[in-house]
Design a protein around this ligand. Structure first.
Ligand code: 5GP
Ligand code: MN
Length: 334
């Protein structure tokens, strides 16, 4: 993979561009994609954003979200756009398999592929150009950097600044994680000086659910959470029946994994959801427990040091039993 700066000359004339991101895009995935889309459109390019799957209501307010193509719903249209694109930007994921049913197409398509991402262990040979930097708080920060490097900060309007800010907020846990370094706050200061109304974004991301979701959280914390004080670990197990009973939609379970972190002594939280096609794991830690390695070693996943995800094709009972076994071997938790 060559440095992204070597791609810049080919952006000096209008290009057909596709931007894609990981499945079930979160605030950073959607925010970075739509910020880049708006910026490249202003530069005269013809840009389409393709999401591998549907997305949560709490990212739908972003400018441009309604034009995003859902690959699962509009596969033929997306395939033909991909067949004709010149540049493919891959944002906020490190390997094609993170895009689920879109992965095969991304691997096959013959255009120039560009990676912009902050996850560990990227699959570099899959991309021609790019930037992979795990010290970045978010891919949205990297889009801001790219616009700045191109000398185009003046093109950041309120709508672009809202998308970038949403990604920063989402991936730094509202500026709480260590990844919220001084440069992140400097970006926020710059976005504010361009007219960003930050309160609106927090409302869009966090005050944008239906009643059933809050009642679901109450139910889950009461009945589905186990605490293992000897391993400083909390586990939440959500059966399929809960998802049906509370009519849980895409995005409704986001953030749930953070609640047990408020318990004194808890260093690691695991959440597993019984989805139709797989058991989906989320891991969060404080301090020295490495979620990325844990997810990679035991649950076919990965991500960041303090936040990672994984999956299993075992039954919910089997995968939970495995978790309870392997957690006993993780000495950085004791
Ligand atoms: P979440 O728990 O919010 O789904 O994911 C936490 C972090 O881990 C995110 O940065 C996400 O992109 C990453 N992640 C989640 N699931 C997987 C996975 O199965 N594989 C890899 N490599 N990363 C994942
Ligand atoms: Mn991200």
């Amino acid at each position: 993979m060559k440095p992204i700066s070597e791609l810049f000359p080919s952006l000096s004339s209008p290009k057909k561009v596709v931007i894609t991101t990981h499945q079930k895009p979160d605030a950073d995935a959607m925010g970075s994609s739509l910020a880049l889309c708006q910026y490249l459109t202003k530069k005269g390019h013809n840009v389409t954003v393709i999401s591998p799957t549907n997305w949560a209501g709490w990212v739908s307010w972003m400018n441009g979200a309604s034009a995003v193509i859902n690959y699962e719903k509009q596969k033929d249209k997306a395939d033909s756009i991909l067949d004709n694109t010149e540049l493919l930007f891959c944002l906020d994921f490190n390997a094609f398999h993170r895009t689920k049913s879109l992965a095969e197409k991304l691997a096959k398509v013959s255009c120039i592929k560009i990676l912009i991402d902050h996850h560990q262990e990227p699959d570099l040979p899959s991309f021609h150009f790019g930037v992979s930097d795990t010290s970045k708080s978010s891919t949205s920060e990297m889009i801001y950097d790219l616009i700045k490097e191109a000398g185009d900060l003046s093109l950041i309007d309120i709508s672009i600044s809202e998308c970038i800010y949403a990604g920063l907020v989402g991936d730094t846990g509202s500026f709480r994680f260590a990844s919220a370094h001084a440069g992140v706050h400097a970006i926020v200061a710059d976005l504010k000086s361009r007219g960003l109304d930050h309160g609106r974004i927090h409302e869009g991301l966090y005050d944008n659910f239906l009643e059933n979701r809050l009642r679901f959280i109450g139910h889950v914390l009461l009945h589905r959470m186990e605490i293992f004080y000897e391993y400083n670990t909390a586990l939440i197990t959500i059966p399929k029946s809960d998802l049906l009973k509370f009519q849980i939609k895409t995005g409704d379970t986001d953030g749930l994994v953070n609640y047990p972190q408020s318990i004194q002594g808890i260093k690691m939280v695991a959440l597993v959801i019984d989805r139709d096609e797989e058991r989906k794991w989320s891991f969060r830690s404080k301090g020295s427990f490495d979620c990325n390695t844990f997810a990679r070693t035991y649950f076919e996943g990965g991500g960041h040091f303090n936040a990672a995800g994984g999956r299993s094709s075992d039954s919910i009972e089997q995968t939970v039993a495995r978790f309870k076994e392997v957690i006993k071997t993780q000495s950085s938790l004791f």
